[in-house]
Design a protein around this ligand. Structure first.
Ligand code: ATP
Ligand code: MG
Length: 438
Protein backbone atom coordinates (compact mmCIF):
# COMPACT_ATOMS: atom_id res chain seq x y z
CA UNK A 1 0.00 0.00 0.00
CA UNK A 2 1.41 3.40 -0.97
CA UNK A 3 1.81 6.03 1.72
CA UNK A 4 -0.70 8.36 0.08
CA UNK A 5 -3.43 5.72 -0.13
CA UNK A 6 -2.95 4.87 3.58
CA UNK A 7 -3.33 8.51 4.50
CA UNK A 8 -6.81 8.68 3.02
CA UNK A 9 -9.56 8.99 5.62
CA UNK A 10 -11.38 5.70 5.93
CA UNK A 11 -8.64 3.54 4.41
CA UNK A 12 -8.20 0.48 6.61
CA UNK A 13 -4.73 0.23 8.11
CA UNK A 14 -3.37 -3.33 7.80
CA UNK A 15 -3.74 -4.10 11.53
CA UNK A 16 -7.53 -3.79 11.24
CA UNK A 17 -7.86 -6.95 9.22
CA UNK A 18 -8.57 -10.21 11.06
CA UNK A 19 -10.23 -10.52 14.45
CA UNK A 20 -8.64 -7.54 16.24
CA UNK A 21 -11.50 -5.21 15.30
CA UNK A 22 -14.79 -7.07 15.41
CA UNK A 23 -17.73 -6.24 13.21
CA UNK A 24 -20.33 -4.77 15.55
CA UNK A 25 -23.82 -3.27 15.59
CA UNK A 26 -25.18 -0.93 12.94
CA UNK A 27 -25.38 2.48 14.52
CA UNK A 28 -27.19 5.48 13.02
CA UNK A 29 -25.06 7.76 10.84
CA UNK A 30 -23.30 10.49 12.82
CA UNK A 31 -23.95 14.15 12.23
CA UNK A 32 -20.83 16.03 11.14
CA UNK A 33 -20.41 19.60 12.34
CA UNK A 34 -17.99 21.36 9.95
CA UNK A 35 -15.22 23.66 11.20
CA UNK A 36 -17.19 26.76 10.19
CA UNK A 37 -20.04 25.83 12.58
CA UNK A 38 -18.12 25.34 15.83
CA UNK A 39 -15.62 27.21 17.97
CA UNK A 40 -12.84 24.62 18.41
CA UNK A 41 -9.71 26.20 17.02
CA UNK A 42 -6.29 24.55 17.16
CA UNK A 43 -5.05 27.46 19.28
CA UNK A 44 -7.29 26.22 22.09
CA UNK A 45 -5.86 22.71 21.97
CA UNK A 46 -2.80 21.78 23.97
CA UNK A 47 0.23 21.77 21.59
CA UNK A 48 1.35 18.31 22.76
CA UNK A 49 -2.13 16.84 22.22
CA UNK A 50 -2.13 18.41 18.77
CA UNK A 51 1.26 16.84 18.09
CA UNK A 52 -0.05 13.40 19.05
CA UNK A 53 -3.08 13.84 16.77
CA UNK A 54 -0.94 14.91 13.80
CA UNK A 55 1.56 12.13 14.37
CA UNK A 56 -1.17 9.47 14.30
CA UNK A 57 -2.79 11.08 11.26
CA UNK A 58 0.51 11.11 9.36
CA UNK A 59 0.84 7.36 10.00
CA UNK A 60 -2.58 6.78 8.39
CA UNK A 61 -4.64 6.29 11.53
CA UNK A 62 -7.81 8.00 12.61
CA UNK A 63 -7.07 10.45 15.42
CA UNK A 64 -9.82 12.18 17.38
CA UNK A 65 -9.85 14.41 20.40
CA UNK A 66 -12.57 13.11 22.70
CA UNK A 67 -14.31 13.48 26.06
CA UNK A 68 -14.15 16.37 28.48
CA UNK A 69 -11.73 18.46 26.41
CA UNK A 70 -14.08 18.71 23.40
CA UNK A 71 -17.04 19.41 25.68
CA UNK A 72 -15.19 22.09 27.66
CA UNK A 73 -13.77 23.93 24.62
CA UNK A 74 -17.24 24.01 23.07
CA UNK A 75 -18.50 25.56 26.31
CA UNK A 76 -15.63 28.10 26.31
CA UNK A 77 -14.11 26.51 29.41
CA UNK A 78 -10.52 25.45 30.06
CA UNK A 79 -10.20 21.65 29.71
CA UNK A 80 -8.67 19.73 32.61
CA UNK A 81 -6.93 17.22 30.35
CA UNK A 82 -6.79 16.14 26.72
CA UNK A 83 -7.75 12.63 25.64
CA UNK A 84 -7.12 11.19 22.21
CA UNK A 85 -8.69 8.12 20.65
CA UNK A 86 -7.55 6.29 17.58
CA UNK A 87 -7.87 3.11 15.58
CA UNK A 88 -4.20 2.30 16.15
CA UNK A 89 -3.77 -0.59 18.58
CA UNK A 90 -1.93 0.16 21.85
CA UNK A 91 1.17 -1.67 20.67
CA UNK A 92 1.19 0.41 17.46
CA UNK A 93 0.90 3.59 19.53
CA UNK A 94 3.81 2.34 21.62
CA UNK A 95 5.87 1.90 18.45
CA UNK A 96 4.96 5.34 17.07
CA UNK A 97 5.82 7.30 20.22
CA UNK A 98 9.08 6.75 22.01
CA UNK A 99 7.81 8.67 25.04
CA UNK A 100 4.95 6.19 25.48
CA UNK A 101 4.05 3.89 28.35
CA UNK A 102 1.25 1.31 28.21
CA UNK A 103 -0.95 0.96 31.26
CA UNK A 104 -3.95 -1.15 32.27
CA UNK A 105 -4.43 -4.88 32.39
CA UNK A 106 -7.90 -5.40 30.90
CA UNK A 107 -7.89 -2.54 28.47
CA UNK A 108 -4.53 -1.17 27.52
CA UNK A 109 -4.17 2.60 27.35
CA UNK A 110 -1.19 4.51 26.05
CA UNK A 111 0.19 7.38 28.08
CA UNK A 112 2.34 9.73 26.02
CA UNK A 113 4.55 11.58 28.46
CA UNK A 114 5.74 15.13 27.80
CA UNK A 115 7.85 17.72 29.56
CA UNK A 116 6.76 18.51 33.11
CA UNK A 117 5.19 15.04 33.45
CA UNK A 118 2.26 16.05 31.26
CA UNK A 119 0.36 13.00 30.04
CA UNK A 120 -1.78 12.74 26.92
CA UNK A 121 -3.92 9.60 27.13
CA UNK A 122 -4.40 7.71 23.88
CA UNK A 123 -7.03 4.97 23.81
CA UNK A 124 -7.97 2.62 21.01
CA UNK A 125 -11.65 2.69 19.99
CA UNK A 126 -13.50 0.35 22.32
CA UNK A 127 -16.87 -1.27 22.14
CA UNK A 128 -19.59 -2.15 24.63
CA UNK A 129 -19.29 -5.69 26.09
CA UNK A 130 -21.63 -8.23 24.46
CA UNK A 131 -24.65 -8.56 26.76
CA UNK A 132 -26.17 -11.32 24.64
CA UNK A 133 -23.75 -13.75 26.31
CA UNK A 134 -25.49 -15.63 29.15
CA UNK A 135 -23.85 -14.88 32.48
CA UNK A 136 -24.94 -14.88 36.07
CA UNK A 137 -24.01 -11.30 36.71
CA UNK A 138 -23.90 -8.59 34.13
CA UNK A 139 -21.27 -6.75 36.12
CA UNK A 140 -18.95 -9.75 35.68
CA UNK A 141 -19.34 -9.38 31.97
CA UNK A 142 -18.23 -5.74 32.06
CA UNK A 143 -15.08 -6.85 33.79
CA UNK A 144 -14.14 -9.90 31.73
CA UNK A 145 -15.17 -9.01 28.21
CA UNK A 146 -13.95 -5.46 28.06
CA UNK A 147 -11.09 -6.62 25.87
CA UNK A 148 -12.59 -6.06 22.43
CA UNK A 149 -11.75 -3.05 20.39
CA UNK A 150 -14.36 -1.40 18.18
CA UNK A 151 -15.19 1.26 15.66
CA UNK A 152 -15.55 5.01 16.36
CA UNK A 153 -19.33 4.50 16.56
CA UNK A 154 -18.89 1.71 19.13
CA UNK A 155 -16.61 3.94 21.11
CA UNK A 156 -19.06 6.84 21.13
CA UNK A 157 -21.98 4.62 22.20
CA UNK A 158 -20.08 3.04 25.10
CA UNK A 159 -19.35 6.42 26.69
CA UNK A 160 -21.34 7.72 29.66
CA UNK A 161 -23.09 10.97 28.67
CA UNK A 162 -23.94 12.42 25.26
CA UNK A 163 -21.93 15.59 25.89
CA UNK A 164 -18.84 13.44 26.60
CA UNK A 165 -19.01 11.47 23.35
CA UNK A 166 -18.16 14.14 20.78
CA UNK A 167 -15.13 13.56 18.55
CA UNK A 168 -12.98 16.34 17.12
CA UNK A 169 -11.48 15.01 13.92
CA UNK A 170 -7.99 16.31 13.17
CA UNK A 171 -8.23 15.44 9.44
CA UNK A 172 -10.87 18.05 8.63
CA UNK A 173 -11.33 19.84 12.00
CA UNK A 174 -14.98 18.77 12.13
CA UNK A 175 -16.93 17.39 15.08
CA UNK A 176 -18.38 13.90 14.70
CA UNK A 177 -21.53 13.50 16.76
CA UNK A 178 -22.94 9.97 16.96
CA UNK A 179 -25.20 10.51 19.97
CA UNK A 180 -26.79 13.95 19.51
CA UNK A 181 -24.42 15.44 22.06
CA UNK A 182 -24.36 18.83 20.34
CA UNK A 183 -28.14 19.20 20.88
CA UNK A 184 -27.76 18.40 24.59
CA UNK A 185 -24.86 20.82 24.87
CA UNK A 186 -27.09 23.56 23.43
CA UNK A 187 -30.03 22.61 25.69
CA UNK A 188 -27.64 22.29 28.67
CA UNK A 189 -28.69 18.75 29.52
CA UNK A 190 -26.86 15.77 31.02
CA UNK A 191 -28.26 12.71 29.24
CA UNK A 192 -27.06 9.13 29.62
CA UNK A 193 -26.23 7.31 26.40
CA UNK A 194 -28.64 4.38 26.11
CA UNK A 195 -30.99 3.10 28.80
CA UNK A 196 -30.14 4.91 32.07
CA UNK A 197 -31.00 1.97 34.34
CA UNK A 198 -28.88 -0.46 32.34
CA UNK A 199 -25.97 1.94 32.15
CA UNK A 200 -26.08 2.76 35.90
CA UNK A 201 -26.35 -0.92 36.73
CA UNK A 202 -23.23 -1.68 34.65
CA UNK A 203 -21.26 1.07 36.37
CA UNK A 204 -22.89 2.82 39.38
CA UNK A 205 -20.12 5.46 39.52
CA UNK A 206 -21.76 7.00 36.42
CA UNK A 207 -24.51 8.32 38.74
CA UNK A 208 -21.93 10.33 40.67
CA UNK A 209 -20.33 11.53 37.45
CA UNK A 210 -23.68 12.70 36.07
CA UNK A 211 -24.38 14.68 39.24
CA UNK A 212 -20.88 16.14 39.23
CA UNK A 213 -21.20 17.34 35.63
CA UNK A 214 -24.62 18.78 36.39
CA UNK A 215 -23.28 20.81 39.33
CA UNK A 216 -20.02 21.75 37.64
CA UNK A 217 -21.47 22.89 34.32
CA UNK A 218 -24.79 24.18 35.65
CA UNK A 219 -26.65 21.73 33.39
CA UNK A 220 -29.94 19.99 34.23
CA UNK A 221 -30.16 16.25 34.55
CA UNK A 222 -32.43 15.05 31.75
CA UNK A 223 -35.72 13.60 33.09
CA UNK A 224 -34.98 9.91 32.34
CA UNK A 225 -31.42 10.21 33.61
CA UNK A 226 -32.70 11.72 36.87
CA UNK A 227 -35.33 8.98 37.20
CA UNK A 228 -32.62 6.39 36.50
CA UNK A 229 -30.47 7.76 39.34
CA UNK A 230 -33.42 7.69 41.73
CA UNK A 231 -34.25 4.10 40.79
CA UNK A 232 -30.68 2.76 40.80
CA UNK A 233 -29.31 4.70 43.79
CA UNK A 234 -28.95 1.54 45.90
CA UNK A 235 -26.58 0.13 43.28
CA UNK A 236 -23.91 2.62 44.34
CA UNK A 237 -22.97 0.07 47.04
CA UNK A 238 -21.51 -2.06 44.25
CA UNK A 239 -19.40 0.76 42.80
CA UNK A 240 -15.64 0.42 42.88
CA UNK A 241 -14.48 2.04 46.18
CA UNK A 242 -11.28 3.32 44.59
CA UNK A 243 -13.16 5.09 41.79
CA UNK A 244 -15.79 6.37 44.19
CA UNK A 245 -13.08 7.86 46.34
CA UNK A 246 -11.53 9.45 43.26
CA UNK A 247 -14.89 11.01 42.33
CA UNK A 248 -15.54 12.23 45.88
CA UNK A 249 -12.13 13.84 46.02
CA UNK A 250 -12.65 15.47 42.62
CA UNK A 251 -15.98 16.82 43.90
CA UNK A 252 -14.62 18.09 47.24
CA UNK A 253 -11.58 19.75 45.68
CA UNK A 254 -13.21 20.90 42.46
CA UNK A 255 -15.08 23.96 43.76
CA UNK A 256 -18.64 22.67 43.16
CA UNK A 257 -19.05 20.43 46.17
CA UNK A 258 -22.08 22.25 47.59
CA UNK A 259 -24.11 21.84 44.38
CA UNK A 260 -23.07 18.20 44.03
CA UNK A 261 -24.01 17.25 47.55
CA UNK A 262 -27.36 19.07 47.29
CA UNK A 263 -28.06 16.75 44.35
CA UNK A 264 -26.83 13.74 46.34
CA UNK A 265 -29.42 14.65 48.99
CA UNK A 266 -32.21 15.42 46.49
CA UNK A 267 -31.75 12.19 44.54
CA UNK A 268 -31.45 10.10 47.71
CA UNK A 269 -27.96 8.90 46.79
CA UNK A 270 -26.31 10.24 49.95
CA UNK A 271 -27.37 7.55 52.47
CA UNK A 272 -26.18 4.79 50.11
CA UNK A 273 -22.95 6.59 49.39
CA UNK A 274 -22.12 7.24 53.07
CA UNK A 275 -23.78 4.44 55.05
CA UNK A 276 -21.48 5.05 58.03
CA UNK A 277 -22.95 8.49 58.58
CA UNK A 278 -26.39 7.23 59.61
CA UNK A 279 -28.59 8.47 61.09
CA UNK A 280 -28.37 12.08 60.08
CA UNK A 281 -30.96 14.83 60.27
CA UNK A 282 -31.93 18.03 58.49
CA UNK A 283 -29.69 20.25 60.63
CA UNK A 284 -26.66 18.14 59.66
CA UNK A 285 -27.61 18.46 55.99
CA UNK A 286 -27.60 22.24 56.44
CA UNK A 287 -24.20 22.16 58.15
CA UNK A 288 -22.67 19.86 55.55
CA UNK A 289 -23.79 22.16 52.74
CA UNK A 290 -22.51 25.24 54.59
CA UNK A 291 -19.10 23.61 55.13
CA UNK A 292 -18.91 22.46 51.51
CA UNK A 293 -19.82 25.99 50.42
CA UNK A 294 -16.80 27.23 52.38
CA UNK A 295 -14.58 24.58 50.75
CA UNK A 296 -15.82 25.80 47.37
CA UNK A 297 -14.90 29.39 48.30
CA UNK A 298 -11.43 28.16 49.27
CA UNK A 299 -11.06 26.37 45.91
CA UNK A 300 -12.27 29.51 44.12
CA UNK A 301 -9.30 31.46 45.49
CA UNK A 302 -7.08 29.14 43.45
CA UNK A 303 -5.81 27.30 46.52
CA UNK A 304 -6.44 23.59 46.07
CA UNK A 305 -7.45 22.25 49.49
CA UNK A 306 -5.63 19.05 50.45
CA UNK A 307 -7.41 15.68 50.54
CA UNK A 308 -7.29 15.34 54.31
CA UNK A 309 -8.48 18.92 54.88
CA UNK A 310 -11.48 18.38 52.58
CA UNK A 311 -12.40 15.09 54.23
CA UNK A 312 -11.92 16.45 57.75
CA UNK A 313 -14.18 19.41 56.93
CA UNK A 314 -16.81 17.22 55.29
CA UNK A 315 -16.97 14.73 58.18
CA UNK A 316 -16.96 17.37 60.91
CA UNK A 317 -20.77 17.70 61.46
CA UNK A 318 -21.00 13.94 62.12
CA UNK A 319 -17.94 13.90 64.32
CA UNK A 320 -19.04 17.02 66.26
CA UNK A 321 -22.47 15.55 66.87
CA UNK A 322 -21.01 12.40 68.38
CA UNK A 323 -18.30 14.32 70.22
CA UNK A 324 -20.94 16.36 72.06
CA UNK A 325 -22.67 13.20 73.27
CA UNK A 326 -19.46 11.62 74.59
CA UNK A 327 -18.13 14.65 76.56
CA UNK A 328 -14.46 13.80 76.14
CA UNK A 329 -12.15 15.57 78.60
CA UNK A 330 -8.77 14.11 77.86
CA UNK A 331 -6.79 13.71 74.63
CA UNK A 332 -6.43 9.94 75.24
CA UNK A 333 -10.20 9.60 75.20
CA UNK A 334 -10.25 11.62 72.02
CA UNK A 335 -7.82 9.19 70.37
CA UNK A 336 -10.11 6.25 71.13
CA UNK A 337 -13.09 8.23 69.90
CA UNK A 338 -11.40 9.13 66.62
CA UNK A 339 -10.32 5.53 66.10
CA UNK A 340 -13.95 4.37 66.45
CA UNK A 341 -15.53 7.07 64.31
CA UNK A 342 -12.97 8.09 61.69
CA UNK A 343 -11.55 4.65 60.85
CA UNK A 344 -14.80 3.11 59.49
CA UNK A 345 -15.21 5.99 57.07
CA UNK A 346 -11.57 5.81 55.99
CA UNK A 347 -11.67 2.06 55.37
CA UNK A 348 -14.92 2.43 53.39
CA UNK A 349 -13.05 4.62 50.90
CA UNK A 350 -9.64 2.94 51.12
CA UNK A 351 -7.97 6.10 52.40
CA UNK A 352 -4.26 5.76 52.97
CA UNK A 353 -2.98 5.32 56.51
CA UNK A 354 -1.15 8.63 56.12
CA UNK A 355 -4.33 10.55 55.21
CA UNK A 356 -6.19 8.86 58.05
CA UNK A 357 -3.48 9.99 60.44
CA UNK A 358 -3.58 13.57 59.12
CA UNK A 359 -7.37 13.77 59.46
CA UNK A 360 -7.05 12.69 63.09
CA UNK A 361 -4.28 15.25 63.70
CA UNK A 362 -6.54 18.01 62.35
CA UNK A 363 -9.40 16.90 64.62
CA UNK A 364 -7.07 16.74 67.62
CA UNK A 365 -5.89 20.28 66.87
CA UNK A 366 -9.47 21.60 66.48
CA UNK A 367 -10.48 19.88 69.72
CA UNK A 368 -7.66 21.66 71.55
CA UNK A 369 -8.31 24.99 69.82
CA UNK A 370 -11.94 24.87 70.90
CA UNK A 371 -10.70 25.20 74.51
CA UNK A 372 -9.32 28.65 73.66
CA UNK A 373 -5.85 30.14 73.89
CA UNK A 374 -3.53 30.26 76.91
CA UNK A 375 -3.47 26.53 77.61
CA UNK A 376 -0.50 24.25 78.17
CA UNK A 377 1.20 22.94 75.01
CA UNK A 378 -0.06 25.80 72.87
CA UNK A 379 3.35 26.77 71.46
CA UNK A 380 4.08 23.14 70.61
CA UNK A 381 0.76 22.96 68.74
CA UNK A 382 1.47 26.14 66.77
CA UNK A 383 4.87 24.78 65.74
CA UNK A 384 3.39 21.58 64.27
CA UNK A 385 3.57 21.17 60.47
CA UNK A 386 -0.15 20.59 60.20
CA UNK A 387 -1.10 23.69 62.25
CA UNK A 388 -1.70 26.05 59.25
CA UNK A 389 -4.20 23.52 57.87
CA UNK A 390 -5.78 23.07 61.28
CA UNK A 391 -6.17 26.85 61.43
CA UNK A 392 -7.78 26.86 57.95
CA UNK A 393 -10.23 24.19 59.14
CA UNK A 394 -10.92 26.16 62.34
CA UNK A 395 -11.63 29.35 60.35
CA UNK A 396 -13.86 27.42 58.00
CA UNK A 397 -15.83 25.94 60.90
CA UNK A 398 -16.08 29.40 62.43
CA UNK A 399 -17.66 30.78 59.26
CA UNK A 400 -20.28 28.00 59.30
CA UNK A 401 -21.15 28.56 62.97
CA UNK A 402 -19.66 25.21 64.00
CA UNK A 403 -17.22 26.91 66.39
CA UNK A 404 -17.52 30.24 68.17
CA UNK A 405 -16.19 33.11 66.01
CA UNK A 406 -14.69 34.69 69.17
CA UNK A 407 -12.45 31.62 69.56
CA UNK A 408 -11.31 31.90 65.95
CA UNK A 409 -10.46 35.58 66.47
CA UNK A 410 -8.57 34.69 69.64
CA UNK A 411 -6.42 32.20 67.73
CA UNK A 412 -5.87 34.68 64.89
CA UNK A 413 -4.44 37.12 67.50
CA UNK A 414 -2.42 34.37 69.13
CA UNK A 415 -0.62 33.30 65.96
CA UNK A 416 0.35 36.89 65.24
CA UNK A 417 2.52 36.88 68.39
CA UNK A 418 5.97 35.64 67.52
CA UNK A 419 7.01 32.68 69.71
CA UNK A 420 9.72 33.56 72.23
CA UNK A 421 13.27 32.68 71.26
CA UNK A 422 14.09 29.32 72.78
CA UNK A 423 17.38 29.23 74.68
CA UNK A 424 19.77 26.63 73.44
CA UNK A 425 20.04 23.85 76.05
CA UNK A 426 23.37 23.57 77.91
CA UNK A 427 24.40 20.31 76.21
CA UNK A 428 24.17 21.89 72.76
CA UNK A 429 26.58 24.68 73.88
CA UNK A 430 29.01 22.09 75.07
CA UNK A 431 28.84 20.10 71.86
CA UNK A 432 29.58 23.22 69.84
CA UNK A 433 32.54 24.34 71.94
CA UNK A 434 34.04 20.90 72.15
CA UNK A 435 37.74 20.90 71.18
CA UNK A 436 38.71 17.86 69.22
CA UNK A 437 42.23 16.51 69.63
CA UNK A 438 44.19 16.69 66.41
P1 ATP B 1 -13.06 15.97 33.36
O1 ATP B 1 -13.20 17.37 32.87
O2 ATP B 1 -13.45 15.81 34.79
O3 ATP B 1 -11.74 15.34 33.04
P2 ATP B 1 -14.05 14.03 31.51
O4 ATP B 1 -15.37 13.90 30.83
O5 ATP B 1 -12.87 14.28 30.64
O6 ATP B 1 -14.21 15.17 32.59
P3 ATP B 1 -12.64 11.70 32.40
O7 ATP B 1 -12.75 10.98 33.70
O8 ATP B 1 -11.36 12.39 32.06
O9 ATP B 1 -13.84 12.75 32.38
O10 ATP B 1 -13.03 10.65 31.28
C1 ATP B 1 -12.78 10.87 29.90
C2 ATP B 1 -13.93 10.32 29.07
O11 ATP B 1 -14.04 8.89 29.25
C3 ATP B 1 -15.31 10.87 29.43
O12 ATP B 1 -15.56 12.09 28.79
C4 ATP B 1 -16.23 9.78 28.96
O13 ATP B 1 -16.50 9.89 27.58
C5 ATP B 1 -15.41 8.51 29.20
N1 ATP B 1 -15.76 7.89 30.50
C6 ATP B 1 -15.22 8.15 31.70
N2 ATP B 1 -15.78 7.40 32.67
C7 ATP B 1 -16.72 6.63 32.04
C8 ATP B 1 -17.64 5.64 32.50
N3 ATP B 1 -17.72 5.30 33.76
N4 ATP B 1 -18.44 5.07 31.56
C9 ATP B 1 -18.37 5.40 30.26
N5 ATP B 1 -17.52 6.32 29.78
C10 ATP B 1 -16.71 6.94 30.65
MG1 MG C 1 -10.88 14.37 31.25
Amino acid sequence: MSKSSRNQEGANPPHQSGSFFRKTKNFPEPSIVPRSSHNISRELIDPDALNVLYHLKRRGYKAYLVGGCVRDILLHLKPKDFDVCTDASPSRVRKIFRNCRLIGRRFRLAHIIFKGNKIIEVSTFRREPDFSIETEDRRDLTIHSNKYYGTPADDAWRRDFTINALFYNISDFSIIDYVRGMDDLRSRLIRVIGDPEKRFYEDPVRMMRGIEFSARLGFDLEAETLEGIKRCRGEIRHGSPARMKEEIMAILQGGHACGCFSLFFDTGLFPFLFPDFQPWDESQTKYILAILGQLDSLAATGEKPSEHLCLAAFMWPFIANRLEKEEIRHVNGLDFFLRDHVNPFCSHFYLSVHNRHLIKELYRAVWRMRRGTGNKGEVRLIRKDFFPEAMTLFRLLGKCGQVDQGLVDGWEERIKVKPKHRRRPWWRHRAKNKVTAS
